[in-house]
Design a protein around this ligand. Sequence first.
Ligand code: URA
Length: 310
Amino acid sequence: MSLNLDLRQRAMLQEMHVKVWWPLTRDVEAQPTMLPTALAQPSATAAVVAPEQAIAPQPQHAGATPRRANALPQMTGLPSAVPAETGVTPRSADLQRLDWRGLQQAVADCRACALSQGRSHTVFGIGGLAPQAMERPPVADWLIVGEAPGEQEDLSGEPFVGPAGQLLDNMLHAIGLDRHRQSAPGDDAALQTAQGCFIANVLKCRPPANRNPEAGEVAQCLPLLQRQIELLQPKIILALGRFAAQTLLQDSVPDVHGIPLGKLRGQVHQYRGIPVVVTYHPAYLLRALGDKAKAWADLCLAVQVRQDAG
Ligand code: URA
């Protein structure tokens, strides 16, 4: 992926409080120096935009927003690969049998924990280039993993639709990713060359009053995320915030629950052979404007990792 920035991407970086130092021209030769500069000198990316120019909050939703094309549709009546005794999360062994559509259905049917009782919608995830068949997962080299749906996500069924989502979209746009980019039907070349991104959460249901996820809830939901990753086969995972990082790295980083997020940043971790880069959660960045430059450094690291992987 190129980090040549057009004017729109520069505007987004400005919104992230990231000063853009490199030339305006689309100069391919300039790329190799860009990433190391951003990574080695985070202070050079200090805030240059006044806080009041930060991203404006989205208008409050009066009710449910229309679902996006790739958000989980209501799938009543669809044949399901989930065992007949739905109402609980299928065991991991059962999940192994599920294709993308079956997994969507399993999430929609999940009653494994009490969060299911208070939800308006499950939030499966969104993004990626559209494959030919719904059974196949979308094409997405990038997987972005957040924590859990909030109020607006619970109402809409789509992850990251509130103010934090707006910032996330701007961050992703700045590196050329767009959750809404779709390939044309039959456009195999586009599917092979373009890099989609899929956005999901550790939890598929909203915790009440946006409290932190509980360990039992994460444990119940994790097999669903794991199957999503197995089917998507992303080339890189960007973990947003502490819960995503701890959940994805619990098998590879000893005592990960005791390590502050800041210490998990700036290095490349692994989730079952897939590189993982950790960054701040966009909701935190809305409050901690000074850390947006660090988040930009994290994105640059992720882009570099993705490029290095070929
Ligand atoms: N925060 C998250 O972690 N995920 C969402 O979908 C929304 C807010």
